[in-house]
Write a protein that binds this ligand. Structure first.
Ligand SMILES: [Zn+2]
Ligand SMILES: [Zn+2]
Length: 488
């Protein structure tokens, strides 16, 4: 058991491996602002306090797990240096300012010889982090605590348990003779919603709690997405690549290859190809799908010097990929089997049950990724948001928030530009909303936008860039029109 005093010390001294390196968040006011009141899923800390016990006196093991997690985070800095390199290559991180050299297609920032991007004709920009930090914004830029990281992974585990139990629930509905259409309808709607929450939680942990407390949790992040997919660490890598390459939402791949790019192609080609976007997602072209896995595997890791095989390939990445996919086949194989003899069907008929489950799981992942990737990075949506429709059309926002599982999730759709300017220092708005409530996050984001996302002179200078800047300016003025409430 680790004494509380030592644990406290470890918490404050542990390197911020999955966290921002911009450390104004260590200010006491900021730490107080980050204090969470929503961690009931953890072993009753608050209840224990209420009863006058200290944590370790009644919950032997919690501190131990905590300490183990923190030492695990330290080890990841060494074993997962590729992830750390890419994290450091994002606008709000020190790496980009220190000129950290990372070579190859998958790592680093890519510019022309003059140090400027081709698409924006600017150097890698620096976001306009409030300085001095006003107390009401501090919570948004405060480092997520170890306790919050564990909470996120607990929620994630619950989502996986819920998904698995719901497949069994569907089986039981069929087993006990419920009409196929009714059973499938009930199953489908709830399963899709579980998948939507899955994607949000995946995005939340990637930005706030990159490494899970337990190794087995690497396998529960998206096994229901498809019958073949990227392992969790690969997804973290490709999403970091997305952030390192695209810093302004409409200038795709400005500082290097953006793996999300092929998701935008059909949407941007013409209005006629827009209906194909959901099909493309459903077929597995999004981050958690099988087609996307093939794309990423063909690009990462970069080959070693002289075109040789990358040293880490066989030992690390290949092994992870095999382990992850063998697990997927066991899981989906079990679903196949569940749809055979237990339902009185032949072994060869297992596909009937399995494909129905797969149809809805892919639909759920397709819906969420379309919102996160396509909507957020589309001209249509950015034009729309620049006029601050949230205030003028609250009904639409309420309806959409319900579909995505709450206004905490919807904030993710409203402030993706802010998320791209501060992928580490702020992380995801959905995650911040879990601990601070959607309204406080919404108000704080508006204030950050009002101040302007980038430091003066860091905007792109091309035609595309000027258009982007105009939209950002319009948005900045519009969100600042009404006084922000709450957030205190
Ligand atoms: Zn992100
Ligand atoms: Zn994005």
């Amino acid at each position: 058991m680790v004494p509380a005093a030592r644990r406290q010390k470890m918490a404050s001294s542990a390197p911020s491996l999955s966290e921002p390196l911009l450390q104004s968040e260590k200010q006491p006011a900021a730490a107080a602002a980050a204090k969470s009141t929503r961690l009931s899923i953890l072993p009753n800390f608050t209840q224990a306090k209420g009863k006058g016990h200290t944590r370790q006196s009644i919950f032997y093991g919690v501190d131990e797990a905590w300490a183990q997690y923190e030492s695990k985070l330290q080890n990841h800095a060494i074993t997962d240096h590729e992830i750390m390199t890419l994290k450091n290559s994002q606008p709000d991180m020190d790496g980009t300012k220190k000129g950290v050299e990372a070579v190859g297609k998958a790592l680093g920032i890519h510019t022309n010889a003059d140090g400027k991007s081709e698409k924006g004709k600017r150097a890698f920009p620096t976001p306009n982090k409030p300085d001095p930090m006003p107390p009401e914004l501090a919570f948004l830029f405060t480092k997520i605590t170890t306790e919050q990281m564990m909470y996120l992974w607990n929620i994630y585990t619950l989502i996986f348990v819920g998904q698995t139990a719901w497949v069994v629930g569907y089986f039981l509905m069929l087993k006990f003779g419920l009409d196929w259409y009714i059973a499938t309808g009930i199953f489908g709607i709830i399963f899709i919603e579980l998948m939507i929450q899955n994607v949000y939680c995946l995005h939340d942990v990637m930005h706030g709690a990159t490494f899970p407390p337990y190794n087995w949790q690497n396998y529960i992040t998206h096994p229901w997405a498809d019958v073949m997919s990227l392992p969790y660490e690969d997804i973290v890598m490709e999403h970091q690549r997305h952030h390192a390459s695209t810093v302004d939402l409409l200038i795709h791949g400005e500082f290097g290859w953006d793996p999300a790019n092929w998701l935008y192609t059909l949407a941007e080609l013409s209005w006629l190809t827009v209906p194909l976007v959901p099909v493309w997602h459903w077929l597995g072209a999004n981050d958690t799908g099988s087609v996307f896995a093939c794309l990423w595997w063909s690009q990462f890791p970069d080959s070693g010097t002289g075109g040789k095989c990358n040293k880490a390939f066989w030992k690390k990445w290949f092994t992870r990929r095999v382990q992850h996919n063998v697990w997927l086949w066991c899981l989906w194989g079990s679903v196949w089997l569940l749809g055979t003899r237990p339902l009185g069907r032949d072994l060869s008929e297992g596909w009937r049950f399995m494909f129905t489950v797969l149809f809805f799981s892919r639909a759920g992942f397709a819906i969420s990724w379309m919102f996160i990737a396509n909507f957020n990075h589309s001209h249509f949506w950015n034009e729309y948001l620049a006029n601050d429709p949230e205030r003028s059309n609250p009904l639409l926002h309420t309806v959409m928030a319900y579909i995505l599982g709450g206004k905490h999730r919807w904030n993710e759709m409203l402030f993706h530009d802010l998320h791209h300017a501060f992928p580490n220092a702020v992380g995801t708005l959905s995650q911040r909303g879990r601990f601070h409530g959607w309204k406080k996050v919404n108000d704080a984001c508006r204030e950050v936008l009002r101040r302007g996302l980038w430091k003066d002179g860091h905007e792109a200078n091309t035609e595309e860039g000027i258009k982007m800047k105009k939209l950002q300016d319009r948005r900045s003025v519009n969100v600042g029109k009404a006084p922000t409430k709450g957030g205190k």
